[in-house]
Each structure stands twice: as structure tokens, then as C-alpha cells.
Design a protein around this ligand. Structure first.
Ligand SMILES: C[S@@+](CC[C@H](N)C(=O)[O-])C[C@H]1O[C@@H](n2cnc3c(N)ncnc32)[C@H](O)[C@@H]1O
Length: 380
């Protein structure tokens, strides 16, 4: 079996969780950079990483890496790579994205077109075409990133980003990405024997991801990936084996106490539909309830974990309401003294309005938005 190098991009700040996940599925980690973990494995690693990883954004198959400070060097470097080993005669190469930091070459559109030209040149010569490539077969999307003049090119084996599990058909105004929600749950060290509450659950992402983790349901078990049609790299039977492995690992009977509340009744209905799609509807209690009610009822006797993503954008609610929501969250956390609380937010004054300093504060980049993941320890 051939051994490949892979790259798994993730949210900045979540590399350590992704590494844990890769180790957990038995894959070999090579190195880590900001927002990326490199690992290696055979073809089955490609299928298993796509199907099992909860916190990665996608899985790239590394084609090569080299230095380039000019477009000529970029062209020659790309042309030297053995594209015919990856792309068949009728393959359609799509340079989906180019990103560059601290490098001489920086224009994404120019980088994309030079890379495409160099690959086409190489494939035309190798396959003996003149004129143009047929490009009538499977898509081969690829991504280029340049860091300090070092170019890395990877084939995107995933296609539609891994955070798209397939269950979230509808969502609210500011849903949290599914892979970020999963990472927060893993970082919180919540275990399924404890109650989990999300008092601002919106379309239900955090409760649904928690139920999937508790049931050991692989996030990619119901979806397809770009590399499904790359028969010369990975055989169908390897995909089938990975999907079968995912099914066989599902824990049948779990007793869970996962609760999602939101002030918006329409969103609670959306969360219910999403939970249904994710096949965890019977494991989550969803209810319309404002955060001012948090911990007022039987919940105050419980031990557990709050993981939540309160509103913070001006777009959603006015500044006053946001401040009030954080104050009410703080009061609820006080009533739920036995709970550890984890809050992801871009609101810089979150601690002030919650009324407590966080015990831990981790910076996580949600795209370009800087967010804080705050931990408030409960009473032991
Ligand atoms: C950032 S969104 C949460 C998104 C959610 N994590 C998801 O994936 O869809 C914040 C949510 O807080 C809810 N919200 C705002 N004020 C509230 C309040 N006082 N009590 C409870 N929920 C509130 C909004 O309806 C919204 O759904």
C-alpha cells in the first residue's frame, strides 16, 4: 500500500484537539502549523480521516512542496510534480483556493492561474494531448498555500467542507460551525454521564454534536467526498470498509441528558428538525426558554456542563440586549453552581457582564473573527 502525506486544515487555535482526534483514529501525526495538522497514512487514512474527524475543515492529499519567489519558479515547481500519478487523462483540475502569507507571491488569482497552466502543460505532455485536455471526468479540486515563499499544494479529497455533516438543513442568523461546536465539546472534557446545557442553542448545533459524540456516530457517515470518484487512488472497497467501521462503532443504548434552550421558538423547531436529520432527536431535550430561566427549576440540583455560544453580533440584537443576556447567563451560572461553564464569544466584555473572570481563556479564530473560549469552573 502506498503511503501518503495529508494535511488537515482546522480553525486557528484548535490544532491540539485535531491532533488528539487523529491519534484517536490511529493516524500518524507528522507536524503541526497554525491552522493545519500534517499526518501520513495509506489510502484508508484518506477515507477514515474524512468520515471520522469531527474538528477538521477538510483533508488534503499533499502533492508537493517547494520554494518559489517568482511566477516562473512557481510554474516550474508545479510542473515538476508528478500530476499524472493523481489526475487521470479525463480528470478536471480545479484550483479552488490560493492563500499566501509573508511571501513574495501574493495575488491569489495569479497564483491560481499559473498553477492551473503548469498542471495542464504537464498533463498534456504526459498524456500526448495537443490543444486542450478533455476534462470530462471526475473533478480534482486543489488548494495552494504559500508561507514564507514555501509553496504547498494539496488535492482536496473532501469537496464540500467537513463541517457540513448533512443534518443542518436550516439555521439561524449566526450558527456555529459544526466542527467548531464539536471541538468545544471535546475541549470541555464533557462526558456523556453528565448533563449538558446550551442555553442559547439556536439551530441546535452544540447539543446535536454532543449527542453524536456520545453515540460515537462518525460525522461523515452519511455524506460523500470529492475523492469518492478517484478510483485510481482509492478503491471503492476502502470507502465501504470505512463506512462499515463507522456504523459498527455506534453505541446503541445511551442514556443522555442534553438540553438546548433558546428564546426563539422558530429556532427551537429548526433545532428539532436538525436533530431529527442527525438521528439524535430522542437524545436531546429542546425547549423555548429565555436564559433568565436558566437554573431556576430542577436543574439547580444537577452537576454538569454548560457549553454555549451567546449572541454577540450587533446584527442580531442591540447592545443593551446583549449585555442583559450575558448578565442573565452569569446569574444562571451562579444558580447552577455544580456546572462548569464554557462560553464561546466575540463579545470582548463577556466576562464583565457575566460578572466573573474566566479561569481559562483560549483564543479561537472563527474564520477571520477572533473569539474567546472562556471557561468558568463550577463548585467541585
Ligand atoms: C449565536 S446564536 C447561537 C447559534 C447556535 N449555536 C447555532 O448553532 O445555531 C445566539 C442565540 O441566542 C438566542 N438568544 C438571544 N437572546 C436570548 C435570551 N435572552 N435567552 C435565550 N436565547 C437567546 C438567539 O435566538 C440565538 O439563537
Amino acid at each position: 500500500m502506498s503511503k501518503y502525506q495529508y494535511i488537515a486544515p482546522c480553525h486557528f487555535g484548535l490544532e491540539s484537539v485535531l491532533k488528539q482526534e487523529l491519534k484517536g483514529i490511529g493516524l500518524w501525526i507528522e507536524s503541526t502549523e497554525d491552522g493545519r495538522v500534517y499526518f501520513s497514512g495509506d489510502e484508508s487514512a484518506l477515507a477514515r480521516a474524512n468520515i471520522f474527524l469531527r474538528t477538521a475543515e477538510r483533508v488534503l492529499l499533499m502533492v508537493g512542496t517547494f520554494e518559489a519567489r517568482s511566477f516562473d519558479e512557481l510554474f516550474e515547481g508545479v510542473k515538476r510534480l508528478p500530476w499524472e500519478e493523481y489526475v487521470p487523462k479525463d480528470g478536471c483540475v480545479l484550483v479552488k483556493k490560493a492563500a499566501s502569507v509573508r511571501s513574495k507571491l501574493f495575488s491569489p488569482s495569479d497564483i491560481q492561474s499559473i498553477v492551473k497552466k503548469a498542471i495542464v502543460d504537464r498533463l498534456m505532455a504526459k498524456y500526448g494531448f495537443s490543444g486542450r485536455l478533455p476534462e470530462s471526468g471526475a473533478d480534482f479540486p486543489l488548494r495552494v498555500f504559500i508561507n514564507k515563499d514555501r509553496v504547498t499544494i494539496g488535492l482536496d479529497t473532501t469537496g464540500e467542507s467537513l463541517h457540513k455533516r448533512g443534518y443542518r438543513k436550516k439555521q439561524g442568523e449566526a450558527p456555529i460551525a459544526e466542527n467548531l461546536a464539536a471541538a468545544l465539546i471535546l475541549l470541555s472534557k464533557w462526558t456523556p454521564d453528565k448533563t449538558l446545557i446550551d442555553p442559547f442553542c439556536g439551530s441546535g448545533t452544540i447539543p446535536i454534536e454532543a449527542a453524536l459524540i456520545a453515540k460515537n456516530m462518525a460525522p461523515g457517515r452519511n455524506r460523500d467526498f470529492a475523492a469518492a470518484d478517484w478510483g485510481h487512488i482509492i478503491k471503492k472497497r476502502i470507502w465501504y470498509a470505512a463506512y462499515d467501521e463507522a456504523e459498527s462503532q455506534i453505541i446503541k443504548n445511551v442514556d443522555l441528558d442534553i438540553r438546548g434552550y433558546d428564546i426563539d421558538g422558530t429556532l427551537i423547531r429548526v433545532a428539532q428538525e436538525n436533530a431529527d436529520m442527525a438521528e439524535v432527536e430522542d437524545l436531546i431535550h429542546l425547549e423555548r426558554r429565555p436564559v433568565s430561566e436558566l437554573g431556576r427549576m430542577e436543574e439547580s440540583d444537577l452537576q454538569g456542563t454548560i457549553i454555549t455560544n451567546p449572541p454577540y453580533g450587533e446584527r442580531m440584537t442591540g447592545q443593551r440586549e446583549i449585555e442583559r443576556a450575558y448578565m442573565e447567563l452569569g446569574d444562571g451560572m451562579e444558580r447552577l453552581g455544580g456546572f462548569d461553564s464554557f462560553v464561546i464569544t466575540g463579545f470582548p466584555d463577556a466576562e464583565r457582564f457575566i460578572g466573573r473572570r474566566a479561569d481559562k481563556n483560549r483564543k479561537i479564530y472563527n474564520g477571520m473573527i477572533k473569539t474567546y473560549f472562556l471557561k468558568f469552573g463550577g463548585r467541585a
